[in-house]
Design a protein. Structure first.
Length: 133
């Protein structure tokens, strides 16, 4: 058996076992009357990240580092940045209107997150461009 195939099977098996363990824990907690808390939601998010990374790249590190892999990473990074900006703005507007905030900023933490998400990309571009000048 090839080393790459064995690594893919081991990765799939490990991720599957962790997913089954987490699912059984969440189902058991739900059956015992416990709600899904912050740790549970973060666990689900981490598992979703792991599965999507595994499905996308598998254990093939060469594919990530070649020219096409870098192009895929660049395009997906920029696209996800814009989706995040729009999502944060929409969440801020919904929070502002639903909870009828009396101050100008609404939920200050969410407003700061919107502002940070808007300025991070241009600042990183500026720093990156300075490296090449």
């Amino acid at each position: 058996m090839k080393k790459e195939t064995l690594n893919n099977l081991l990765g799939f098996g490990f991720l599957g076992i962790v997913t089954l363990f987490a699912a059984s824990m969440y189902i058991t907690d739900y059956m015992n009357g416990l709600n899904l808390g912050t740790n549970g939601v973060l666990g689900i998010v981490v598992l979703l990240i792991a599965w999507t990374q595994y499905i996308t790249w598998g254990n093939n590190k060469k594919a990530q580092k070649d020219e096409l892999g870098k192009k895929i990473t660049t395009v997906s990074t920029k696209t996800s940045y814009h989706i995040l900006n729009v999502s944060l703005f929409v969440l801020w507007m919904v929070d502002y209107t639903v909870f009828k905030r009396t101050n100008d900023f609404g939920n200050v933490s969410l407003f700061v997150a919107v502002c940070l998400s808007l300025i991070v990309f241009p600042i990183v571009q500026l720093i990156s461009a300075r490296k090449y000048k």
